[in-house]
Design a protein. Structure first.
Length: 298
């Protein structure tokens, strides 16, 4: 008799997601929104009680080490990595709101740790834009390069003629033009072509500087020096989005799939829909928790 495989394994091997797990995944994902947005990258923390969090991992069917790794990947990649949570469906039989609250307390402890601050700083430094190096070449440097290029082209063209005399009539106009340009470049340091090349390089360098300055401003906004600002921002984003969710929205079945009766809701972002699926009993305490946390961060 073949060994029964957990629903999560089936979902990831045959491309289909069992309905019972799909719903629970929404609950877990939403309960872990604070994980996704603010979780630490590893680290050992002091827990409220070890038994409480061990029980959470047991309910999910995943070890704390793997759970922490999933949190790390969720933070880095911007989506909740639930791979390996083989018993997630069992949360249906328990107190989903209590589990969600415990997860948020755990998340808060993580992002308040020195380990999180250290890892955030490393990530912030890694994302810092790099200033353009050097400076535009001088017109004389450009003129020298162009002269060398022309001399090389003339030589190669003449070599072709030597090897294939029949090509002389075709190649000669090109050779004459190259020689004429070469003479002009040698005699006219401020030739219009040289000037154009120079201006092009100056513009390109200045554009790189402008891009660097713009990227630096974005970096300062996205990665503030105080990691608490990032936490507060993510909390505010969660609260703002959660408060727009209509938990009274009606659903209907279309081709075996649940969709919103209000077509406008079908265009909502996935996180909005995940919050809806998690339910009011999970989200309202989460909002209150986040708002209290925001006040503590001010």
């Amino acid at each position: 008799m073949a060994e029964e495989r957990p629903a999560i394994f089936v979902a990831q091997t045959n491309g289909m997601k069992p309905k019972r797990f799909s719903y629970v995944r929404a609950i877990v994902k939403t309960a872990c929104l604070l994980f996704i947005m603010m979780a630490t990258i590893g680290g050992t923390l002091a827990f409220r009680t070890a038994e409480v969090y061990n029980d959470i991992w047991q309910q999910l069917g995943i070890s704390k080490v793997k759970g922490t790794e999933n949190i790390k990947e969720s933070f880095l990649n911007g989506y909740f990595n639930y791979y390996g949570a083989e018993k997630a469906k069992n949360i249906l039989a328990g107190n989903r709101a209590a589990v969600a609250m415990d997860l948020m307390v755990y998340a808060k402890q993580q992002v308040s740790s020195p380990a999180f601050q250290k890892d955030y700083e490393a990530m912030r430094n890694g994302a810092k834009p790099i200033a353009p190096e050097g400076s535009p070449r001088t017109k004389e440097e450009i003129r020298k390069e162009k002269i060398e290029e022309l001399e090389k082209s003339i030589k190669e063209s003449k070599d072709i003629v030597k090897q294939m005399p029949d090509m002389a009539k075709v190649m000669q106009p090109t050779i004459d033009m190259l020689q004429k340009t070469l003479k002009e470049y040698k005699e006219q340091p401020n030739h219009q072509h040289i000037q154009a090349f120079y201006q092009g390089e100056v513009y390109e360098f200045e554009q790189r500087k402008r891009d660097f300055e713009a990227d630096t401003e974005s970096w300062k906004s996205d990665y503030p020096a105080d990691h608490k600002e990032v936490i507060k921002k993510r909390l505010q984003e969660f609260v703002s989005l959660a408060k727009t969710v209509d938990f009274n929205a009606e659903l209907k079945t279309v081709n075996g799939k649940k969709v919103f009766v209000n077509r406008e809701y079908e265009g909502k972002p996935s996180d909005w829909k995940q919050i809806f699926r998690a339910g009011r009993e999970v989200i309202e305490p989460a909002i209150a928790f986040a708002e209290k946390w925001i006040q503590e961060l001010k």
